[in-house]
Write a protein that binds this ligand. Structure first.
Ligand SMILES: [Zn+2]
Length: 330
């Protein structure tokens, strides 16, 4: 390992021998998972990150192994953003292992003292999704990544049967206690819920955290009745891709994807993945925002983008987030 690090004397001079030796020991523990020891060492000495374990993702969920490294960034370790050459999905690799992600979530799970207020902030997002479900006659819905259960509560109040799940046991416990909701703690595929038991599954701003999107889509397809509906609300990977391209891969930068997202999807790339996983895409649309200081401006942007797409179906989605709606081909 040391022989492949020609810059060691320079690093000793700059950071002190003790600091360099400390990081070298950490680097040796990581072993072959680190694909660029020189860059890793510089990032560790410069940024002082924690040594969360990392792993590589060899294949895009579409099955292709042809991928391109777009940029490197530091998030508890030296990570990278890659793009699939075939379908355009962006993904983090190397990335934190599943166990490390669970630690990150346990420590940094989004936390709101005022749960009512949080629900209010999301009301436009929920109304958007609710309309999509009502248009398709959905009576029973399951929310994957439900957090405290705000959407589950929202859907119930509008006459739907609703339940949900989240990987955070604490959020689920709070949601059950506070709102008396049917919430399950854990990853969808580990929950052994009854097959074909709901009309629709939704996942709002959560799908890009799953370790294996293909397996998650399969689990969702088992959960819905034949011909059932899926609604995913996702960050628009269009902007992450531009950021990643602009950053280049020589420098270590901020993550082009909002950390700790593991995947970046555009309307095109998620449609490709859904179609390959037994879903037929019906619609992609610019998504409403949570209420923020710029709410008025954002509403105008969404309206304009929706009008443009109504005029020409292939007009790109430019908003920060989008909804994709598909139906199971079972
Ligand atoms: Zn791909």
């Amino acid at each position: 390992m040391r022989d492949s690090l020609p810059a060691l004397p320079r690093l000793y001079e700059r950071y002190g021998k003790e600091a360099v030796e400390f990081q070298l020991a950490a680097l040796e523990r990581h072993g072959s998972v680190v694909d660029d020891p020189q860059l890793w060492l510089q990032a560790a000495l410069g940024g002082g990150f924690k040594f969360m374990p990392i792993e590589h993702v060899d294949h895009c969920p579409c099955g292709s192994a042809q991928t391109t490294l777009l940029s490197r960034f530091v998030y508890w370790n030296l990570l990278g953003v890659r793009e699939c050459d075939r379908c355009g999905v962006l993904f983090v690799s190397p990335r934190l292992t599943k166990a490390a992600m669970e630690d990150v979530f346990a420590e940094h799970y989004f936390d709101y003292d005022d749960l009512e207020c949080w629900g209010e902030r999301r009301s436009k997002v929920f109304a958007d999704v609710m309309r999509l479900l009502e248009l398709r006659g959905v009576r029973k819905v399951f929310d994957v990544g439900a957090a405290y259960g705000h959407f589950v509560k929202y859907a119930q109040e509008r006459g739907l049967m609703a339940a949900g799940s989240d990987i955070s046991a604490r959020a689920v416990e709070v949601g059950r206690r506070q709102f008396a909701l049917e919430l399950y703690a854990g990853a969808l595929e580990d929950l052994s819920l009854p097959n074909q038991s709901v009309d629709a599954v939704v996942s709002l701003d959560a799908f890009y955290y799953v370790a294996d999107p293909r397996a998650e889509l399969d689990a969702m397809r088992r959960l819905v009745k034949p011909g059932g509906v899926i609604v995913l609300r996702l960050r628009n990977g269009l902007w992450s891709r531009l950021l990643a391209r602009a950053a280049g891969f020589r420098a270590v930068t901020r993550s082009p994807l909002p950390a700790p997202h593991l995947w970046g999807f555009t309307p095109q790339s998620i449609s490709h993945l859904l179609e390959a996983s037994g879903w037929r895409v019906e619609e992609c649309q610019p998504a409403a925002y949570s209420t923020t200081a710029f709410a008025q401006l954002q509403s105008i942007a969404i309206s304009l983008n929706r009008i443009a797409r109504r005029g020409w179906g292939r007009f790109p989605i430019l908003t920060r987030s989008f909804n994709v709606i598909a139906r199971s081909t079972n």
